[in-house]
Every structure is written in C-alpha cells, then in structure tokens.
Ligand binder design. Sequence first.
Ligand code: 1GP
Length: 246
Amino acid sequence: MNVYTSLQQARQQQQKKIAVLLDPDNGSPKVVDALVGQAMAARVDYFFVGGSLVMNRQIGQWIQQIKSICNIPVILFPGSLWQVVPEADALFFLSLVSGRNADLLIGQHVVAAPILKQMPIEVMSTAYMLIDGGAPTTVSYISNSTPIPADKAQIAVCTAMAAELLGMKIIYMDSGSGAKNAISESMIQAVSQHVPLPLVVGGGIRTPERAALSCKAGADVVVVGNVLEKDPSLIGEMAKAVHESN
Ligand code: 1GP
C-alpha cells in the first residue's frame, strides 16, 4: 500500500496514526538506532524527516540507515529543495498556503518538479498551514510568512477549503517545531469537519493527553518531534494514546 492510500484509509476508518519527526541534525547513528528501535516497539506509523533548517548534508544516507533497520515509511517534510532525496518512501510536496510568500506557494515547486518526476518517490500534494503557536518559530522566521492567528478557526477552515478545491490531497496544520502552544482542539475540529482530506497536526504536542485530544478533535496523524528528542522513552505512551484515541 502506498503512503497516501494509508492516510486516506486512516481518515475513512478513523484509525489514528502517529508520526515521529526526526531531525537529521540531531543524534549520532547510535542515538538514531535507539530511537528507531523504540519507535518500532511502539508501532509508530510514519517517520517524517526534514525541517526549516537542516545542516546535515547526508540526508539520503541518514534515511538509508533508518530503512536498514525498520520498515516504517519515511516521508520527507522538506524545508528546502536540497532536502529532497530519493531514499525516502514519499514526500510532502508542501505549499505554504497560510502565507503569501510566492516562492513557497509555487516558486520552489517549479524548480523541484522536473527533479521529482525522475525520482522513484511518492509525491503527495500537501497544503501546509502554519498556525500561531504563541511565540515566533523557526519556520515562521525562515518562511517569512505570518501564521494564521490561533483563535481564527474560520481563516484556517477557508484556507483548507481553498486547498481542497485547488486539488491538494493532504492538510498539514503546524504550529511549528517546539511551539509554545499546540493547535487548539476547536480549530482542528473546524477544519476536520469542513474538509474531508487526511489531516496532519503537529507542533508543540508534548504529552500523550494532548496527542489524544488532537486526535479526538479530528487529526488523522499527530506529529511529535521535539519532546521525543529530549525523552525518547515517551514514544510508547504517545503512540498508545494516539492509537487508542478513536
Ligand atoms: C513540526 O509538527 C512538527 O513541524 C513537530 O513539532 O517538534 O514541536 O513536536 P514538535
């Protein structure tokens, strides 16, 4: 089954999924091995790899290392063109629809398109919506874009609707890695009710309770990054909370 089919199935059958965001800059091969081992034991559904700022120029080799020890699908979450490598299973072809930065809405995509056409990788058109998480994040700074205010669910809903009508396949709502506040349940619920696409939610999710609440509100995939870098032993509890939240 390809990755997008699994996301659609998750949405249709209300099987909640957990993705662990792996930062290629964090951790020696030994640390990554240990994290991947724990993720396998916890039955993590996906690995996301990438970010606004990545200094490791060997992302392909790094992904190969992960894939040599497990078969959890690896999905690229690229902050820039050079994070696009063929070793991953799939790629979020992200358009920053919450912003008005033309380069991140379509410009980079034009440059990436001929490269992606030649890669044996599943490309998934994704509407990326940055939501204010209570403090400036790396992604808002680097993308030079203003996040959707946290209390303006209607803007998020209309943005997601526009993305659906434009033919995008996935909605990714993110308050940015390490966000002070995770996205509110009311905003997740509003978007989920109005747009039938698989809904990925991340940024500032630090506890199993918060992960479960995001799922109950309508997230199909919950993304957890920062907190697991600090305490990988939380993976088991996080995954259990997500998988049991439907
Ligand atoms: C960021 O959604 C991810 O793009 C994960 O955020 O690192 O805060 O868990 P955290």
